[in-house]
Design a protein around this ligand. Structure first.
Ligand code: NAP
Length: 328
């Protein structure tokens, strides 16, 4: 049996969203615990370099993560290394955030910023060259591949749309798809077909990412599933879009979500479970960027502050801006 710890707010996950939420809840003098199973940083730690964090022309992912963590700690947030297994709303409206060590973090509000996980190919070299050629985010990393030959893996909307986008930078984009037709929507397919920089390799699967001997990706081994012919294609980048899964499994009750399982929130980032807020990659939204994650996290933290105030005053305070109210 573990221990029970009491906080004003518990934040699950220490990616950009979690750390930014912690900064704001700490700054609002709320006793804050941030539960993270690994090193704080989230997807920033899978990102080599960023050139779209406003104010920094170029910054390494781990460097920005470190800055976020240090800054958020300034306002008193406590970081705990713990693997959260479930978040349960109790009958009294409090939440129990439970770790795999059976410790309970009890709080009247929780912000879930557990992110999501791009589906991996699971082939040799994929992890070794992650951030050194292999990427799961075109907007984040596309600009690093100017005038280079790259491949995109997948045949869904994400792969087809991002392949088209990546031709802004790359000199040539090969789309590698395991079948002989895309599942992507027709309009995206047509746009791709009209793009002279794109060549589709149908019925082809990636088998291995290979390197240049100096730590960077230099090619990809491909197999045609119809002929079994194997060849190595020279390419310095490989963008993988074979699906993305939001990490929502810890939420221990029904919550409103979109068709893909991403959490729906109101404009204060509150989910359909009162007192449970969400920000970052697991939230249903147009794009998944560091800038949007921290923006949503700011809103969530301020939303929590207002929610707790309303709760302390007996509930039913209405947000003057009409963003859903705080009936607790
Ligand atoms: P998705 O629709 O599930 O497509 C995944 C693609 O990856 C499929 O083509 C699949 O091939 C392929 N794939 C899966 N595992 C693979 C493996 N191990 N090796 C090689 N290929 C593999 O995922 P998504 O493209 O990320 O889209 C997710 C959702 O977001 C979809 O509902 C999509 O409509 C939506 N979305 C919409 C837009 C837009 O409307 N602009 C943009 C992005 C995403 P098969 O086809 O053979 O199964």
């Amino acid at each position: 049996m573990g221990l029970t710890h009491t906080y004003d707010v518990v934040i699950v996950g220490a990616g950009p969203a979690g750390m930014c939420a912690a900064l704001y809840t700490g700054r609002s003098m709320l006793k804050t615990a941030v539960l993270e199973r690994g090193i704080p940083g989230g997807e920033l730690l899978n990102t080599e370099k960023l050139d779209d964090w406003i104010g920094e022309k170029s910054i390494l992912g781990w460097e920005l993560a470190k800055k976020f963590e240090e800054h958020s700690r300034e306002f008193g947030a406590e970081y705990v290394t713990a693997n959260v297994t479930r978040v349960t709303r109790r009958e009294d409206g409090m939440f129990d955030t439970v770790t795999d060590g059976d410790d309970v973090y009890r709080s009247p509000a929780v912000i879930v910023t557990a992110g999501g996980t791009p589906v991996k190919l699971g082939i040799p070299g994929e992890m070794e060259f992650s951030g050194k050629g292999v990427s799961y985010c075109a907007i984040c990393d596309g600009a690093f591949f100017k005038q280079q030959v790259i491949v995109v893996i997948g045949g869904g909307d994400a792969a087809v749309e991002e392949a088209d986008f990546l031709t802004r930078y790359a000199s040539k984009v090969y789309v590698i798809h395991r079948r002989d037709e895309f599942r992507a929507s027709r309009i995206l397919q047509e746009r791709l077909r009209a793009n002279p920089k794109v060549e589709v390799l149908w019925s082809t699967v990636p088998e291995e990412i290979v390197g240049d001997g100096q730590g960077l990706m230099s090619g990809i081994v491909l197999r045609n599933v119809k002929t079994d012919a194997v060849r190595t294609l020279d390419a310095t980048g490989c963008f993988v879009f074979v699906g993305f899964r939001p990490n929502t499994g810890i939420i221990d009750a029904h919550f409103d979500h979109d068709d893909m399982g991403y959490v729906l929130t109101d404009t204060t980032m509150q989910t359909s479970i009162k007192g449970l807020f969400a920000a970052g990659d697991l939230r249903s939204q147009l794009t998944r960027q560091v800038t949007t994650a921290v923006g949503d996290a700011t809103t969530a933290a301020i939303g929590v502050e207002k929610y707790l105030k309303a709760r302390a005053e007996g509930g039913h305070a209405i947000d003057p801006h009409g963003s859903g109210g705080y009936a607790v």
